[in-house]
Ligand binder design. Structure first.
Ligand SMILES: C[S@@+](CC[C@H](N)C(=O)[O-])C[C@H]1O[C@@H](n2cnc3c(N)ncnc32)[C@H](O)[C@@H]1O
Ligand SMILES: Nc1nc2[nH]cc(C(=O)O)c2c(=O)[nH]1
Ligand code: SF4
Ligand SMILES: [Mg+2]
Length: 251
């Protein structure tokens, strides 16, 4: 894992404008970004593991996890990334990814699109010829993401507690190389998600993944729902939580 001991507190937050919801709560959640110097990224961790989600599951992948999130999904397994990180320049991040072998690289978080430097970072990673995945909450517009990047767009369901944050225009922008993901907390979430898939014709447009909130919905239960629905929905399990301790960090 990269050494992420210190933060730089020289400049103001670079988070995007127009995030919906409780303005005061969002401002508090973005505080970790406030001291970050312009041109740097606040990076929580960089590591290599087996990709555990998406249609790329099973492949070796380098993860760049950025600090901070404006949302608070009730099930979030990565609350440690809400704060703490090291300010790193673009060159340093690209170099760290290269040292870990490059190839398949995923930008995640926290919410990676909260930091403006995430956009040039994705371009730099794609310029290297690497396959770049972006794991995003769907709570920030994806309109400025480099078209070479494969967006894995999480649509926040009612049971997440953050469905109001969905930027619905993101669904109109999905390309066949992107993926859309629903993380389900109960049967109502499944029915709601199927309705979204139908309304936006998603199954015809890109891979549609559905995943159980870990420990809350049994994957076998989700399998039965998918078989009943008669749609080409891909069941996702979080492979890394089967391979390693489900509470482990840096995997
Ligand atoms: C930690 S988030 C980081 C990226 C971005 N903030 C997002 O929500 O997509 C990565 C993925 O993990 C999923 N996730 C988080 N906690 C989970 C849990 N307890 N069970 C299943 N999936 C979970 C999220 O829904 C998201 O798809
Ligand atoms: N192994 C592994 N695969 C992942 N795919 C997406 C992840 C994420 O947290 O965004 C993740 C993660 O945390 N670990
Ligand atoms: S958007 Fe992602 S990182 Fe933020 S709280 Fe939800 S699951 Fe966690
Ligand atoms: Mg994860």
């Amino acid at each position: 894992m990269h050494d992420l001991a210190s933060t730089d507190d020289r400049a103001a937050s670079t988070a995007p404008a127009g995030l919906g919801g409780d303005a005061a709560a969002i401002a508090r959640r973005l505080k970790p970004l406030e001291g970050k110097a312009a041109g740097t990224l606040l990076v929580h961790e960089i590591y290599r593991s087996i990709q555990g989600e998406s249609t790329f599951a099973g492949l070796p992948c380098v993860f760049v996890r950025l600090t901070a999130c404006h949302l608070r999904c009730v099930y979030c397994d990565t609350a440690h990334a809400f704060r703490h990180g090291a300010a790193m320049g673009l060159d340093a991040v690209v170099e760290a990814v290269e040292k870990l072998g490059g190839g398949l690289v995923e930008l995640t978080g926290g919410e990676p699109l909260l930091q403006v430097e995430a956009y040039p970072l994705m371009e730099r990673l794609a310029d290297k010829g690497w396959t770049v995945l972006l794991e995003t909450s769907g709570g920030v517009a994806t309109d400025r993401v480099d078209p070479r990047v494969r967006i894995i767009l999480d649509v926040k369901t009612p049971a997440s507690g953050e469905a109001d944050a969905n930027v619905w225009a993101n669904l109109d922008r999905l390309r066949p190389t992107d993926e859309v993901k629903f993380v389900l907390g109960d049967r109502e979430d499944f029915d709601w998600s199927v309705e979204v898939v139908r309304r936006h014709d998603l199954a015809r447009r890109c891979p549609v993944l559905m995943s159980a909130v870990f420990g809350r919905v049994e994957p076998t239960e989700l399998a039965a729902w998918i078989l009943d629905a008669g749609l080409p929905i891909r069941l996702q399990v979080q492979l890394h939580k089967i391979l390693w301790d489900p509470g482990a960090r840096g995997v």
